[in-house]
Design a protein around this ligand. Structure first.
Ligand SMILES: [Zn+2]
Length: 345
């Protein structure tokens, strides 16, 4: 129950923090009239020193770490520790303490699901608490300093944004950048006696999203490709698109095998919100698809964004997912869907 309690408190903070990361992207894309308004950035800074993390055993080798704004996935076993995301920067020491409470073996890998600071903010501190899997020639090849930290794996565009190589974003400190990127549809790691499938979904929440499938434990860690507490966030300024979000949800449903009467089946750790099973993702996918189709229909009729917003294509889902204030309002979501579907001029 503590995890649920923590989750509730986390949502409020997520509002302020994720606004900061989206506003950051907005600065570069202001001329594109991004729907994200910077108003939420004016909220007072949250004091994280009293915040606690909560560990939830999921199944197999996998734990879910809640309370660092973005959810963190922890895989432990004989080879060491692998984390999916590192949460916000101020919680990094607590993230280290949490994974060490599960294992005295070294942290070897961090996988970043995307660039946002509520998922990568702890990278520098947390990576330095670990060490790379390397021996003999490999150590001399990659250099001693690189071996003295965990490898940070992400899709190439995450590094492009974080390093400022995209020519738009202000660089984050170099120690927070991914150390190993991939550009193929998938990257595979065999770790702790299981295949770990890192799957890239093009242009969805951002242009650099990965979801991580732990094949033996039967758990999928989705990053912000799937969240349970709001409409999907589409970061248009970083290449996001609602069609990619739907593709991601379809991919989760494709991989996952639902529960029978005895077992839980595949479990899904969202970027924000509570632990889910496949049925939860199916419900969410249907909701997003229905709204996408309604907005497409209105675009086909020649309606403007203002007319589409006034027609409230999300109305029946608003009690559960809608917001009239905060970092991701219903209005902003509808605008993101509209812009995703509108032909580029
Ligand atoms: Zn995000």
């Amino acid at each position: 129950m503590t995890a649920t309690h923590s989750h509730v408190r986390t949502c409020g903070r997520f509002a302020a923090l994720c606004a900061a990361s989206l506003v950051f992207g907005l600065a570069a894309a202001a001329d594109k009239k991004s729907p994200v308004k910077p108003a939420a950035a004016a909220q007072p800074a949250h004091d994280y020193s009293k915040d606690e993390l909560h560990l939830l055993k999921v199944q197999g080798n996998i734990y879910m770490l809640v309370g660092a704004v973005g959810n963190i996935t922890v895989q432990v076993g004989k080879d060491g520790v692998l984390l999916v995301d590192t949460g916000i920067a101020p919680m990094a020491d607590k993230v280290i303490a949490a994974y060490r409470s599960l294992s005295d073996r070294p942290l070897r890998y961090i996988v970043n699901t995307h660039l946002h600071a509520d998922h990568t903010g702890g990278n520098e501190t947390v990576a330095k608490s670990g060490m790379t899997v390397a021996g003999g020639n490999v150590v001399s090849d990659i250099g001693a300093s690189a071996a003295n930290q965990a490898q940070v794996v992400a899709f190439q565009t995450v590094l492009d944004h974080m390093s400022g190589a995209d020519g738009k974003d202000k660089p984050t400190p170099q120690g927070s950048w991914p150390t190993e990127t991939y550009t193929t549809p998938e990257r595979h790691i065999y770790f702790n006696d299981e295949g770990v499938q890192i799957i890239h979904i093009p242009n969805a929440h951002t242009d650099g999203d990965s979801m991580v499938f732990f094949r033996k434990s039967d758990v999928i860690s989705t990053g912000d490709l799937f969240v349970t507490n709001r409409y999907p966030i589409v970061d248009l300024a970083h290449g996001g698109n609602i069609q990619g979000v739907i593709a991601a949800l379809n991919k989760i449903i494709d991989i996952a095998i639902p529960a029978d009467l005895q077992e839980d089946g595949t479990l899904i750790i969202p970027g924000h919100g509570r632990l889910c099973d496949v049925a939860d993702v199916v419900f969410y996918q249907e909701m997003v698809t229905i709204i996408r189709d309604r907005v497409q229909d209105m675009i086909n009729k020649g309606m403007t964004l203002e007319q589409v917003q006034a027609a409230k294509p999300t109305r029946d889902y608003d009690p559960r997912y809608g917001a009239s204030s905060g970092m991701w309002t219903t209005e902003q979501f509808v605008a993101a869907v509209y812009k995703s579907l509108s032909p580029k001029k």
